[in-house]
Design a protein around this ligand. Sequence first.
Ligand code: UD1
Ligand code: MG
Length: 473
Amino acid sequence: MTTPAPARRSLTAIVLAAGKGTRMRSDLPKVLHRLAGRSMLGHVLAAVQAAGAARIAVVAEPGRDDVAREIAALAPGAAIYPQVERLGTAHAVLAARAILSQGDDGEGDDGEGDDGEGDDVIVAFGDTPLITGETLSRLRAPLAEGAAVVVLAFETEAPAGYGRVLTEGARVVAIREEKDASEAERAVRLCNAGLMALSGDHALALLERIGNDNAAGEYYLPDAVALAVGDGLSVAVVPVTEAEAQGVNDRVQLGVAEAAIQARLRRSAQLGGATLVAPETVFLSHDTILGRDVLVEPNVVFDTGVRVDDGCVVHAFSHLKDVRLEAGASVGPFARLRGGAVLEAGASIGNFVELKNARLGPGAKAAHLTYLGDAEVGARANVGAGTITCNYDGVSKHRTTIGAGAFIGSNSALVAPVAIGEGAFVASGSVITDDVPDGALAVARGRQATKPGWAEWKRAALQAEKVARAGKP
Ligand code: UD1
Ligand code: MG
């Protein structure tokens, strides 16, 4: 008989996200505050997904529909477990007890891994958003070598407030919370980052034995370490930088975390082939995609949903959200693009131009002071300075289409719904309310009248009137 291959364990992630985050002074739960356009909870969910979590549990305060909606949107398969009373991190993990006892047969009896072994379990914190999937994978790795508990830890010169990782020789023996630590223990600089990996074989048994006989009267997750050591189980420590492990409790720390995420995003854009002339002034979102040889001038904001293909230029002081720039397109300076704007290859928009739900065909241009909303602009069309698509009648939005090669004279208003034909010409200053056929000229403004000598005559007449008035008693 051949020995069956050992079943590869799958990964369960438990994300602790209960607590109002009072120090944020906010109506929004702490974990929904955003960094680089995504909630802190969203960042942590992305990290556990990247680490390959097959099952995700989020422990949250009961009745938070906003938190539930965020989870449904970002991790649709995740289960939410309410923690009614906030009695500590171990108590919070046990709120998700059901997922811990599910094991590999949660999806039905498929004969895989249903021999009594539990999943690998990682516990992450919803307010520790800088953690990466790669770090979570490193945290999990010692479980495969037989560790029962794995602690994520960092060395710091300023350990105050953190749980200290206590060692005897090379062995970890316990984690002591600051409140419970002796003078000597407080001098320890190896700190618990809080996140932990647990072998599914031991997780429940360890967690259920954790008590609350400590200074805070809380059930401490880190107490799993001393219990495991007492049982003769192996405990491993995995290093992390203090910066990556930092938590967010107030808006100052939120700002610090934002700066850290921006630095990461800029670096990865630069390594991907984009030039950021003044990197510290460019703000990116978690999902910003910049291609090769993209040039970004100073003071540009990439809000969410932006893709910039190779060779595009984004000039200074532009703001982009939900935008696609195709190869070689050019934007700004001082441009605002939003709501599904698309610039096809080589299209360009210049200063003080706003695009909303508008598509410019290849090589089309709108160089100055223009609003194009709900519009389609054909290839190589030229939209003159001050052109406005009047897309809103106060009730509904309407579309404007401008054909390939059309020329829209400056300061024209295109009252939608309206279509300008291919190669058509709109005279400057026109208010266009009817469709213009291909190749036609439309002029929709008062005709110019010129009266030679009128100005001199008028001035003389006005002067004479004034003298007559002054001569009266
Ligand atoms: C925790 C660790 C500490 C570590 C520090 C790192 C414990 C007891 N201590 O302390 O060793 O150095 O993190 O930052 O774990 N939570 C719940 N329900 C609860 C309690 C907490 O969901 O009942 C969640 C919080 O929302 C937060 C996380 O668990 O996301 C950590 O809780 P927190 O109170 O911040 O623990 P620390 O005191 O920072
Ligand atoms: Mg904390």
